[in-house]
Ligand binder design. Structure first.
Ligand code: AHG
Ligand code: MN
Ligand code: MN
Length: 332
C-alpha cells in the first residue's frame, strides 16, 4: 500500500530529533487526535441547532456549545491526557492554563493554540481552522509552569501547524525541516500524507486583505493596492483578490498557489488584528519553512519578542517576491 498515515510519518521522522525521546512524536499524535474530534464536530455544525432544539440543551441533555469552546476543551483534554505538555495558552483564555495532570505537570513542552480560527464563518458553512505552536518549556520539569514558558519568540519554536476544515480536513505541520500536509480520510479515520514537502511558489497572483478597511490603511498599503489593480502583462497584473476571512484558509490557498496575505495596521487597530502567539507566529513558521516570508512590515515575525499572550501584530506573509513587493511600497 502506498499511503503513509500521520502516525507512521511521525515515527519515521522521530530520528530527526536527537533531543526528543518520543515525547514530541506523542504530542503531535495527540494534536492529530484533537484535530479529528474537532473535525467531526465541525462537520455537524449545521446540525447543532437541530440537536439542541430544547434551547441550549441537546437531545442527550448536554449543553450545546460553540465550536470555539469545543475546540478549546478538546485540546485541553487531549493535551492533559497525553501528558507531554505542562502549559497551554489559548486564544479562548485570558491567562495561561497550567496542565496539572499526573503526567502533564512534568511535560517538557508548552503549546499555544487558536482552537477555532475564522469563527465568523462557522454558521455559513465556510472553511475554518485550528492553529497550534509548540515550544520547549523553560522552567524546570516538575515545577509550576510560568508565563515565560509560553511567551517565547517564534525563533524558539519546536513545531507548528494548522488544521483546515475545508472541502476536506487537512493537517499541515512543520518541525523545522520542511512542511508536510495530511488529508483526513474519513473512511479510515486517519490523516494520510497527501502534500509532502510543500514549497510555496515564489510568485503568485492572489492578494488577500480586508479591503473594506482601505480607508484606514497606511499609505504604502494603499499604494500597493492601487498597483495590484493596474494592467501589466509582464507582472501578470491585475492580481486577483481572495479573502475568506479565515486566516487558515486564506493562508492555505496562498501557500499552495502562491499569494500574499496582509493584515496591516489600521487607524482603529494600530497593531493590526491578528494575534502574535496564536496566529502570526505559527503561520509565519510554516510560511518560512515552505520558502516564503513573513514580516510585520518592520521585522521578521519570528523575531518579535512577545510581551503578553494576546498581543497583536501587523503581518505580511506569503510568496517571497510578493511580500518583498509589499515591503517596497511600505518603505517608500
Ligand atoms: P478568530 O476567528 O480566531 O477570532 O480569527 C479571525 C481572524 C482571522 O481568521 C481572519 O483572517 C481575520 O480575523 C479576519 O478579520 P477581518 O474580519 O477584520 O478581516
Ligand atoms: Mn483566529
Ligand atoms: Mn479563534
Amino acid at each position: 500500500m502506498s499511503i503513509t498515515t500521520l502516525g507512521q510519518f511521525i515515527i519515521e521522522k522521530q530520528q530527526d530529533f536527537s533531543f526528543a525521546k518520543g515525547e514530541l512524536s506523542r504530542l503531535l499524535r495527540d494534536i492529530g487526535i484533537a484535530a479529528k474530534i474537532i473535525s467531526r464536530e465541525v462537520n455537524k455544525a449545521g446540525l447543532t441547532q437541530i440537536l439542541g432544539e430544547y434551547g441550549s440543551v441537546n437531545v442527550q441533555g448536554e449543553d450545546v456549545k460553540k465550536l470555539d469552546i469545543i475546540g478549546n476543551e478538546t485540546f485541553i483534554w487531549a493535551l492533559e491526557k497525553g501528558g507531554e505538555v505542562c502549559a497551554m495558552a489559548s486564544e479562548e483564555n485570558d491567562d495561561m492554563i497550567p496542565l496539572m495532570g499526573a503526567y502533564s505537570k512534568n511535560g517538557r513542552y508548552v503549546i499555544c493554540i487558536d482552537p477555532l480560527d475564522g469563527s465568523s464563518n462557522i454558521d455559513v458553512n465556510v472553511s475554518i481552522g485550528t492553529i497550534f505552536s509548540i515550544y520547549r518549556r523553560i522552567s524546570d520539569q516538575g515545577t509550576a509552569p510560568t508565563l515565560a514558558d509560553v511567551l517565547q519568540p517564534g525563533n524558539q519554536l519546536v513545531a507548528a501547524g494548522y488544521v483546515v476544515y475545508g472541502t476536506s480536513t487537512m493537517l499541515v505541520y512543520s518541525t523545522g525541516k520542511g512542511v508536510n500536509g495530511f488529508t483526513l480520510d474519513p473512511s479510515i479515520g486517519e490523516f494520510c500524507l497527501s502534500h509532502p514537502d510543500i514549497i510555496t511558489p515564489e510568485d503568485g497572483k492572489v492578494y488577500s486583505i480586508n479591503e473594506g478597511n482601505a480607508g484606514e490603511f497606511p499609505q504604502g498599503i494603499s499604494d500597493y493596492l492601487k498597483w495590484v489593480k493596474e494592467t501589466d502583462k509582464a507582472t501578470s497584473r491585475p492580481y486577483s483578490a481572495r479573502y475568506i476571512g479565515s486566516m487558515v484558509a486564506d493562508f492555505h490557498r496562498n501557500l499552495l498557489k502562491g499569494g500574499v496575505f496582509i493584515y496591516p495596521p489600521t487607524a482603529k487597530s494600530p497593531n493590526g488584528k491578528l494575534r502574535l502567539m496564536f496566529e502570526c507566529i505559527p503561520m509565519s513558521f510554516i510560511a518560512e519553512q515552505a520558502g516564503g516570508i513573513s514580516t510585520t512590515g518592520k521585522v521578521r515575525v519570528l523575531d518579535v519578542e512577545p510581551m503578553e499572550i494576546h498581543q497583536r501584530v501587523p503581518v505580511v506573509m506569503g510568496s517571497k517576491n510578493m511580500v518583498n513587493k509589499v515591503l517596497e511600497f511600505m518603505n517608500k
